[in-house]
Design a protein around this ligand. Structure first.
Ligand code: NAD
Length: 313
């Protein structure tokens, strides 16, 4: 067990579930989050917890926090295309200065460090499915580069700290993750579809909906991250669900499971929108003994229920 965890980005979607996990496991958890894309409501239920501290600040200031931490988790970055396109400089900052500050904390305290990287380092991939040995097809100047290249730099920095200073770094590449506490307005497919379906509005589909995504439920994702945190593996390791579906299939499943009368509405595709995404998770299975357990229907039902309850609040 980790006794004291520094969790940057803990008021976000994935981070808040990690906070729940580590508190349940008995750790002390310090969340640093500047709320650029996160919400206090995601961690409001933890306010009474004596082992939980929330610091509203930029994670670069984590270096001034008193140690010692034995685990540093870097989950602080705008993550959805509309959010990182709206905050391009802040996203590059999250990949660069924030990563360096958190690595410095891990070096200072001799802590395990885990970087949340992304399948977007593969860009619009020319190999399928994507394994960690694939180097990617990424534009360094396109609009999405603020996210892709920031993460690629963050990975390079993590590996440099391991090689130069012996820091116990681990890089995981998250693929599309969904579940309760996703921001309904951040433009990602599942929350956008669920929100529209519950309101009976048309479901916004980009292109003809044939582009694919592989959706990983948050509980599976958290188990994968925790397995990586508990190991000394450097990575990079893909954590995602290989079950590939077209966006149209996902939209239709959400309409069916939510009992909605919505229809789909086609919109132009954004620049650099990847055609296909599917993780090869052989490495995660081999090194971490991890594979996803939640089927899409169960995960979507849980997500739809959460959004329904939020709407009625
Ligand atoms: P999110 O936007 O819900 O959470 C990110 C959190 O980081 C937010 O609370 C935000 O306020 C905070 N943050 C951003 N910059 C910060 C800074 N400089 N200082 C302090 N806090 C800052 O996004 P998420 O979906 O929870 O993603 C979490 C991490 O996982 C991100 O690094 C993201 O790139 C990565 N990731 C997520 C997915 C996914 O499907 N959700 C996929 C791939 C990678």
């Amino acid at each position: 067990m980790h006794s004291r965890v520094l969790l940057a980005g803990g008021a976000g979607f994935v981070g808040s579930h990690l906070a729940d996990h580590f508190l349940e496991a008995g750790s002390e958890v310090v969340v640093v989050d500047n709320l650029i894309t996160g919400f206090k409501t995601n961690i409001a239920h933890l306010a009474h917890e004596p082992r939980f501290t929330f610091i509203e600040d930029d994670a670069t200031n984590s270096e001034s926090l008193p140690g010692a931490f034995d685990l540093v988790l870097h989950f602080a970055s705008p993550a959805s295309p509309p959010r990182y396109l709206a905050h391009p400089i802040e996203t590059l900052h999250a990949g660069s200065s924030v990563t360096e500050a958190l690595l410095n904390v891990a070096q200072r305290d001799g802590a395990r460090f885990v970087l949340a990287s992304t399948s977007e380092v593969y860009g619009d991939p020319s190999v399928h499915p994507q394994s960690e040995t694939y180097w990617g097809n990424v534009s360094s100047t396109g609009p999405r580069s603020v996210y892709d290249e920031a993460k690629r730099y963050a990975e390079a920095l993590s590996f440099a700290y391991r090689r130069s200073f012996g820091v116990d770094t681990g890089v995981i590449r998250l693929f599309n993750t969904y579940g309760p506490r996703m921001d309904p307005d951040d433009g990602r497919a599942v929350p956008a579809f669920v929100k529209a379906a519950l309101a009976g509005n048309p479901i916004p589909l980009h292109g003809d909906g044939s582009q694919t995504r592989s959706l990983c439920f948050i509980d599976d994702q958290v188990r994968g991250i925790v397995a990586m945190a508990g190991s000394h593996e450097p990575g990079p390791v893909n954590i995602g669900n290989p079950h590939e579906q077209s966006l149209l299939e996902i939209a239709e499943a959400i309409i069916r499971l939510s009992g909605s009368t919505s229809t789909v509405e086609l919109h132009p595709r954004p620049v650099d929108d990847p055609e296909r995404r599917q993780p090869d998770i052989t490495l995660a299975q081999l090194l971490l003994g991890w594979s996803p357990l939640v089927n899409v229907e169960d995960g979507l039902n849980t997500t739809i229920d959460w959004f329904r309850n939020e709407r009625s609040k």
